[in-house]
Design a protein around this ligand. Structure first.
Ligand code: NAD
Length: 546
């Protein structure tokens, strides 16, 4: 039996501690030594038997939201079992703990609320950040995921209810890359909301006021970042689901000062670029010959383009040549230089062209090889547009990345059937495979979970001072290298999720190597970096749980 420190809880306190509770799997000996005799039904079950029970219970739930509530309750009751379930059935569990179900869970957060998880910080806590962070029970926090809730997935301002996002993302850090749950801290920064429904809802749990903006907002974020540096000096801060105007600004402000990144911009860029890289193995084309038409010029779109441009430049193109391969459509039409309404992040991509509003005119003018959907506008990849790109390309690349599923620019089925089943397709949220004439097409899911957990693990392993764009490019290439010829034969441009731990370990190594190469790692490089990274990974078995 494991020997435990003096503070190890016993009896009912142990059963109520989700990080240590094994429920019916406590052995006969443990039941006697830990004051559990009589507090559990008499039969001792293995973790595998427990898994069969929870999986059976889960599958009996009739809606995804009920399944989500069930899974969060399991996480609150027995964390080890929760992660065992997530890891062994990731295909089934990921869409429940993350997109698309997490979107619904955030919308319903105040209605389905059971127990708090994470730290809730509001605009009213200005001046008290350090004190609030020190309330968190674990001192060795490694990763903090923090939204301000203004743009949750493609669902708009969900403010404090967006807490479901960091909870879900951190569950993926643990499941996919084995970052110990104790090292993960979800935070919500609540500065108010413009969501009128929430402001009027008596059950809404967040601050009932309009959003704090301007200097007061910046001061709050600054105080948070400084307090994290003091209370959790080795923590990586992942900014998540901030609206455009703040996301780009905050990334620029902090990227070279602290260990931080923005997953909506950089993580998305890496996963989409990796998908593009693999898609080119199917279409047998070169990156330099690509013409990418982005529907959406926000965080995701310009992030993907920035990384693509960086990769094109590595392959010998000039910046101007590379940028000319990326055209953008936003809510007002083609992004062109004569427009006076362009936000700062769009300006580098504004082209010298007459204004165009009609998407088909834009397609005809640009003749894209790839459509990249990051607009949050369902259906903008219309039948006509898909048929037209299929006419222009033997194997058109179609990425409908908007989340959740209901926001995707087209469905997998439409992408395939309107291109005569020639499209190389990927989406942000999962779509089922499609069959036609006895052939199966497996849509890729450009899920950021392929990238950010591995990058986070690499940053922690090397104690990197910063998270750089070069790390995301290395991560994208490492992910693409995990895609086999068998995957490509099915049209699958990402590896199956069953390989996620291996994929994350490879990405972590690629990330850490960049930290060592650039001299920003803060601990000596182990002789066998790969083995060291694997040794850090949490395994959700009861033997390993302390
Ligand atoms: P954003 O708000 O920063 O950008 C949205 C952009 O879409 C804006 O530029 C807007 O002008 C444009 N737009 C609006 N209507 C349009 C229309 N009819 N046609 C073309 N463009 C239009 O949001 P974001 O962070 O860039 O995210 C966009 C979408 O991408 C979201 O749905 C998000 O869930 C999804 N996303 C997917 C992944 C992934 O698949 N891995 C990752 C991140 C974001």
């Amino acid at each position: 039996m494991t020997t435990h420190p003096k503070t190890f809880p016993i009896g009912i306190d142990l059963l109520h501690d989700p990080t240590l509770n094994k429920g019916t799997a406590f052995t006969e000996e443990e039941r006697d030594t830990l004051g559990l005799r009589g507090l559990l039904p008499p039969t001792v079950h293995t973790q595998q038997t427990q898994l069969t029970r929870v999986l059976g219970n889960l599958r009996q739930k009739t809606s995804d939201l009920e399944k989500y509530v069930f899974l969060i309750a399991l996480q609150d009751r027995n964390e080890t079992l929760f992660y065992k379930l997530a890891l062994e059935h990731l295909d089934e569990i990921m869409p429940l703990i993350y997109t698309p179900t997490v979107g619904k869970a955030c919308q319903e957060y105040s209605n389905i609320f059971r127990r708090p998880r994470g730290l809730f910080i509001t605009a009213k806590d200005a001046g008290r950040m350090e004190e609030i962070l020190s309330h968190w029970p674990n001192a060795d926090v490694g990763v903090i995921v923090v939204p301000d809730g203004e743009r949750i997935l493609g669902l708009g301002d969900l403010a404090s209810s967006g807490m479901g996002i960091p909870v879900g993302k951190l569950a993926l850090y643990t499941t996919c890359a084995g970052i110990h749950p104790r090292r993960c801290l979800p935070v919500s920064i609540d500065v108010g909301t413009e969501n009128e429904k929430f402001l009027k809802d008596p059950l809404y749990l967040g601050l009932k006021q309009h959003r704090v903006r301007g200097e007061a907002y910046d001061a709050l974020i600054d105080e948070f970042v400084t307090a994290v540096g003091k209370v959790f000096p080795h923590a990586l801060i992942q900014f998540e689901d901030f609206a455009n105007q703040n996301a780009f600004r905050l990334l620029k402000k902090y990227q070279k000062k602290i260990c931080t990144f923005n997953d909506d911009i950089q993580g998305t860029a890496a996963v989409a670029f990796s998908g593009l890289y693999s898609a080119l193995r199917i279409t047998k084309q070169k990156l330099k010959d690509q013409r990418l038409l982005f529907f959406g010029a926000g965080e995701a779109g310009t992030g993907i383009a920035d990384l693509t441009v960086a990769a094109m430049m590595e392959e010998g193109m000039t910046e101007a040549e590379a940028r000319a391969c990326c055209w953008f459509i936003d809510s007002k039409g083609l992004v062109v230089q004569s427009r006076k309404d362009l936000a700062e992040h769009k300006i580098p991509y504004a082209i010298d062209h007459k204004p165009l509003i009609d998407n088909m005119d834009i397609v005809d003018s640009f003749k894209p090889t790839s459509l990249i959907g990051v607009s949050g506008q369902p259906g903008v990849f219309t039948e006509d547009i898909l048929r037209r790109v299929a006419k222009l390309n033997e194997r058109p690349i179609v990425f409908a990345l908007s989340n959740p599923t209901s926001m995707a620019e087209c469905t997998a089925k439409d992408a395939y059937r309107f291109t005569d089943y020639r499209a190389v397709f990927a989406s942000g949220s999962p779509f089922k495979q499609v069959t036609n004439g006895g052939k199966t097409f497996v849509p890729g899911q450009g899920n950021n979970a392929y990238i950010f957990p591995g990058v986070g693990l690499g940053v922690l392993a090397s104690k990197s001072k910063f998270v750089t764009n070069e790390m995301f490019l290395a991560a994208a290439r490492a992910l693409a290298a995990e895609v086999t010829e068998e995957d490509l034969a099915l049209g699958r441009i990402y590896p199956p999720l069953t390989k996620i731990r291996q994929v994350s370990a490879t990405i972590a190594q690629a990330t850490a190597e960049v930290a060592y190469k650039r001299g920003i790692a803060q601990q000596p490089r182990p002789t066998d970096l790969g083995a060291y990274i694997k040794s850090l990974m949490y395994i959700p078995d009861y033997e390993n749980y302390v």
